[in-house]
Design a protein around this ligand. Structure first.
Ligand code: PEP
Length: 254
């Protein structure tokens, strides 16, 4: 493991725990994260819970992420949240281009690239999501599709010294209970590393490539053991501190 790529375990709470229930959940994450070494733990609550979670994790090793951002700093964009606003809420991170946003909110590759640039410009570390649909995998298009998604923001991340994270999340594995096997995941992660290296070897060395898609306590260790899997983006299992903690502990073995 490259020392600049400490394993990163990020929990995407999606549209759950947007109010008071976010606080005990965050407290549960803090409790296990304090006992870990050599693992970075980040949670991404809904916008409405960011302030409460920020207060709860203050002084702990847990990092805070937004689930999305708008690529302008401020303006007449009703309903949107900017990178500087996330910073003011205590975020150090932001998820960009999650497949649910690509699917339901028409986020295209150019929009994702704009958001990555805006995140970096706001001092946030983007966790940029890529991944193929089931039809694309069955059509043998996985690497072509993922490469195009990565290439869309490659120049942006290559121009920054910030160590961003890329999350490979096969769409067919998100929230379905199906997960890519370690060999399937490693094939795509290794390909992503190669594309980064072709651009700039240092970029490949510093970028953490996370796996996401039905990561649970019982499959995390095998996925995290893959040489190019530097952590996990976890949805459902991040809503239970017991499961999320077990995944984070599995990452300690890297
Ligand atoms: C996600 O939301 O990014 C995700 C991977 O969800 P799940 O772990 O529930 O598949």
């Amino acid at each position: 493991m490259n020392p600049s790529r400490t394993p990163l375990i990020a929990g995407n709470w999606k549209m759950f725990h947007g109010g008071e229930s976010s606080v005990p959940l965050a407290a549960g994450v803090v409790a296990f994260a304090k006992e870990l070494s050599n693992v970075d733990v980040v949670v991404a609550p809904p916008f409405t819970a960011l302030a409460a979670v920020s207060a709860e994790i203050d002084g702990s090793p847990v990092g805070l992420a937004g689930q999305n951002l708008y690529p302008k700093p401020e303006g007449a964009f009703t309903g949107e949240i900017s990178g500087p606003f996330l910073k003011q809420c205590g975020c150090g991170w932001v998820i960009v281009g999650h497949s649910e946003r690509r699917q339901h909110f028409n986020e295209t590759d150019p929009i994702v690239a704009d958001k990555v640039a805006a995140a970096l410009g706001s001092g946030l570390v983007p966790i940029v999501c890529v991944g193929e649909t089931l039809a694309q995998r069955e059509g043998g298009e996985t690497l072509r599709v993922v490469k195009a998604q990565v290439e869309a923001f490659l120049d942006v991340i290559a121009q920054s010294a910030v160590a961003v994270a890329i999350a490979y999340e096969p769409v067919w594995a998100i929230g379905t209970g199906k997960t890519a096997g370690p060999a399937e995941a490693e094939e795509v992660h290794a390909a992503i590393r190669t594309w980064l290296a072709n651009k700039d070897p240092k970029l490949a060395e510093r970028t953490r490539i996370l796996y996401g898609g039905s990561v649970k306590a019982d499959n995390a260790a095998a996925l995290l053991a893959c040489p190019n899997v530097d952590g996990a983006l976890v949805g459902g299992a991040s809503l239970d501190p017991g499961s999320f903690g077990a995944i984070a502990r599995a990452a300690q073995a890297k």
